[in-house]
Design a protein around this ligand. Structure first.
Ligand code: ADE
Length: 230
């Protein structure tokens, strides 16, 4: 998979994408991520990428011309499955969308700043708008990092244990069950005996029951109505 990201603060994306699983995905050539600085495409001697909004009001708006110039350049190189704008008024991001995006070949992510980008860029280029939650970040970069991380770890071969991503919280609309490692007893708290029983059938059943119970208690909204009301 190839992901291009457009940003006015590319440094914000350096660290999240160059460690741990994201680094491994790139080292194995399963994922390439290129962050493109919008600033050189800015207008005038100050490379301006934003301007006051028509109609007045606080906050600057990212201009059409620099964004269009860079997007056109990138689109000449490859066909994108989706051109994604990270914005608090986008579709609420969830595992289902991450799963779908992980099947794509080429993605272009646009990070906004200030009051956002000119509406005409959204109308002209953007095919999907994503919000990572109901709060406002100072820019789209952290949201882009969240999207890239959640997709990258789903690519086949990225996570060592092939089944690991499938048993994540949310993959079956359930929260994950509790997990334990050594020691078997810590500060008087014991690991549930069943997990040390070696009975794989019983362990699987226990995990399913725990996942359901945890979801019922913490996120009943994830369950069908009949189950949640029990
Ligand atoms: N940009 C600013 N806030 C955001 C959010 N909550 N999700 C995605 N992009 C954003």
């Amino acid at each position: 998979m190839h992901i291009d990201i457009i940003s006015t603060v590319p440094e914000l994306l350096d660290s999240p994408l160059s460690h741990s699983i994201m680094q491994r995905a790139q080292d194995k050539n399963l994922l390439t991520v290129r962050v493109h600085d919008l600033r050189p495409y800015g207008l005038g001697k100050h490379n301006s990428v934003d301007d006051y909004q028509f109609g007045g009001g606080a906050g600057m708006v990212m201009r059409c011309e620099p964004l269009a110039a860079l997007i056109d350049e990138l689109r000449a190189e490859r066909d994108y499955d989706e051109v994604i704008y990270l914005t608090p008024d986008g579709e609420r991001y969830a595992q289902r969308r991450a799963n779908r995006l992980s099947l794509c070949q080429n993605l272009l992510l646009i990070c906004g700043h200030y009051k956002g980008i000119d509406e005409r860029i959204r109308e002209t280029y953007v095919t999907l708008e994503i919000s990572i939650g109901d709060y406002v970040l100072s820019g789209g970069e952290l949201a882009a990092a969240v999207v890239v991380d959640s997709i990258g770890r789903l690519l086949p071969g990225v996570i060592g244990d092939e089944t690991s991503a499938l048993t994540d919280t949310f993959q079956d609309d359930l929260l994950a069950p509790p997990v334990y490692t050594r020691p078997a007893e810590w500060r008087g708290r014991e690991v549930p005996a069943i997990l040390r029983s070696g009975d794989t059938g019983a362990i699987e059943a226990w995990r399913e029951e725990q996942a359901l119970e945890r979801t019922r208690q913490r996120r009943p909204d994830l369950l069908g109505d009949e189950l949640a009301d029990d």
